[in-house]
Design a protein around this ligand. Structure first.
Ligand SMILES: *Cc1c(COP(=O)(O)O)cnc(C)c1O
Length: 236
């Protein structure tokens, strides 16, 4: 596996998908999903040009931070976050993608308050309304947006979604398009608010080009950069 070749190949596909959709390639951030990767691989990815690493599990995040493995890169938390683990994440990462309840939101806000900082967050939407998945339902999203805007130590930056593992190519486009509509609706409602809604996080190895075509500003890619992972034991 040649990591820099993979990074370049993914970037080229992002750029091609952006141009085909009339977008600028630089509007899209490539976030490397580094779950199960070693410190060494993370350093190699950063050396190959990765500027955002996305971590899924608090334990791995903490270990890589302690090792200084992310030097030169921003760090995002992209996995399911339990309320009792916010202390290990708030203030340690540049962006938390997975806020999906008022309870979690308030835990993050109060920890950020304690640390005297403002934590950037995304709200995770369960766009395909899958029972097994985290994320707020589209119906309940407006209330969570309002709650986020009421928090003094949280800055709402946008939305995130993990649609179903796509079997057929193009199968998730409708979900990406629905996410884009939710994102635009919220932005227009917030036009007088000082929050910057600039991040729509969607698309993974199997479907990031479709996500870019539908307006993603950040794609989270693991397998296409690092190769396939050993089967995961669920962290939920
Ligand atoms: C693992 C993971 C990804 C990347 O998945 P790939 O299919 O390997 O590209 C993206 N987002 C989240 C939240 C993940 O857990």
């Amino acid at each position: 596996m040649d990591l820099s070749q993979n990074v370049n190949a993914v970037r080229e596909k992002i750029a091609a998908a952006a141009l085909a959709a009339g977008r600028k390639p630089e509007e899209i951030t490539l976030c490397a999903a580094t779950k199960v990767q070693t410190d060494e691989t993370i350093r190699a990815a950063i050396a190959a040009g990765i500027r955002v690493c996305g971590e899924n599990r608090v334990q791995e995040l903490t270990a890589h931070l302690a090792a200084g493995a992310y030097a030169g890169s921003a760090v995002h938390f992209i996995g399911h976050l339990q309320t009792n683990k916010v202390k290990q994440v708030v203030g340690q990462v540049d962006l938390i993608h997975s806020v999906d309840s008022v309870r979690l939101l308030h835990a993050i806000d109060s920890q950020a308050d304690k640390l005297g900082l403002v934590q950037d967050i995304l709200l995770e939407v369960n766009i395909a309304q899958e029972e097994s998945k985290g994320g707020i339902s589209p119906r309940d999203l407006p209330d969570l947006v309002r709650a986020a805007l009421d928090c003094g130590h949280v800055r709402l930056r946008g939305l995130m979604a993990i649609p179903p593992i796509s079997s057929a190519s193009g199968a998730n486009r409708k979900y990406f398009s629905e996410m884009r509509n939710l994102f635009v609706d919220i932005m227009s409602e917030m036009s007088d608010n000082q929050s910057v809604m600039d991040c729509l996080s969607m698309g993974m190895s199997a479907d990031f080009e479709d996500a870019v075509a539908e307006g993603a500003t950040l794609v989270r890619v693991g397998t296409a950069l690092f190769g396939s992972r050993p089967p995961l034991v669920s962290s939920r």
